[in-house]
Design a protein around this ligand. Sequence first.
Ligand SMILES: Nc1ncnc2c1ncn2[C@@H]1O[C@H](COP(=O)(O)OP(=O)(O)O)[C@@H](O)[C@H]1O
Ligand SMILES: [Mg+2]
Length: 423
Amino acid sequence: MGVEVSVEGLTKSFGSQNIWRDVSLTLPSGEVSALLGPSGTGKSVFLKTLIGLLHPEQGSVIIDGTDITKCSSKELYEIRKLFGVLFQDGALFGSMSLYDNIAFPLREHTKKKEDNIRDIVMEKIDLVGLTGAEDKLPGEISGGMRKRAGLARALVLDPEIILCDEPDSGLDPVRTAYISQLLIDINAQIDATILIVTHNINIARTIPDNIGMLFRKELVMFGPREVLLTSEQPVVKQFLSGDRFGPIGMSEEKDEAVQKQEEEMQAAGIGGGGTKDDFSEIIPQVQPNPGQPERKAIERHRQRVHEILHTLPENAQEAIRRSQAEEDQIIAENRKHADKHDLGNGNGNGGNQQQSGGAGEWSTAPAGVAVAGSRSDTTTDVIGQHASDQPTRDWTTPDVSDAQTQPIDTSRFDSDRRDPRSS
Ligand SMILES: Nc1ncnc2c1ncn2[C@@H]1O[C@H](COP(=O)(O)OP(=O)(O)O)[C@@H](O)[C@H]1O
Ligand SMILES: [Mg+2]
């Protein structure tokens, strides 16, 4: 099972510029969490602080019993073996082929032989739909393909904690749905603790078990998705509906004059362009594809939600019950579908079960399978991003089990594979 990450009172500044302060949260083991926030609020900085690439002034990050903000570099090196990281820009080595990029952590951190490395690399390349592109250089492929190559590299050492910095940026809505599904399937297979940094509303609403929101140098909220999705907190509500009107402005903080103007516009019936979705309804969470193991995190997560349910407003409680019932129905349908097509439902078998004949059957999503992003095609703006992500040599584990994950169909990425554009 994935490792819990516990953050307490974390504060980070660069010189006199404070990025965020007093951030406390726990990424529950084996669950998928998402960190949201407007551009420039320090999401990438947070992610890098979690793996000890950046050093906070205050607070602790406890991973597997070790506070990585205070431990020795040797201990940090050991802890980093637990991580697989997809950096915002993929952070691939420009002069290496995709194959060599993905093989890099294995060559660097394990004593595996080249033919063994080849098997693992080709399996991950297949998993992210890049078969045929392994000899290409990062500069010769599209941004979306680079992202997927970065994900493959993050996965080669079967990490217990996976951090993904904007896995969707540079991807179209359909491929975003596929990569989201892939993350859910991976979570089902290896029960890893996953943190996705994103400002994609569809991902936020359909993928994670927990959601956190950074705004104005603080963690506004962190908790079960059900709680944030039904929250009346103005920042959370505005962000999730992608609306212009609310506390978040173009330059993060809105001044009072602008806010007053907007209130007048709203009163006059002028809209802020956000989604018109009904926020009293929670979209059911995306489930693993039929034939994948069921997610072990679901029960643990539901138990936690159950414990706080009575503290929530009545309409939120109802929405949660409805969405859980819908999810149960989707899970049951997936199970039925898997049985009918003999997809070897890996119920509870972790990632070690080889699926026979399953690959190739999912080029279209079967009935009852929720696909992230199916409600609307909103992609969000990436304003003011800076390219400080650098390839780093020691972010993954040298010692991995040889457990192979189930094959997943990759024909879905075919059109991208043939796409010669570079961006
Ligand atoms: N290595 C660095 N040195 C100085 N400032 C940095 C560094 N990395 C990030 N920043 C600053 O921290 C702020 C938050 O950046 P970032 O984490 O990339 O935001 P986000 O990922 O939420 O868009 C920005 O103002 C950025 O300029
Ligand atoms: Mg960022």
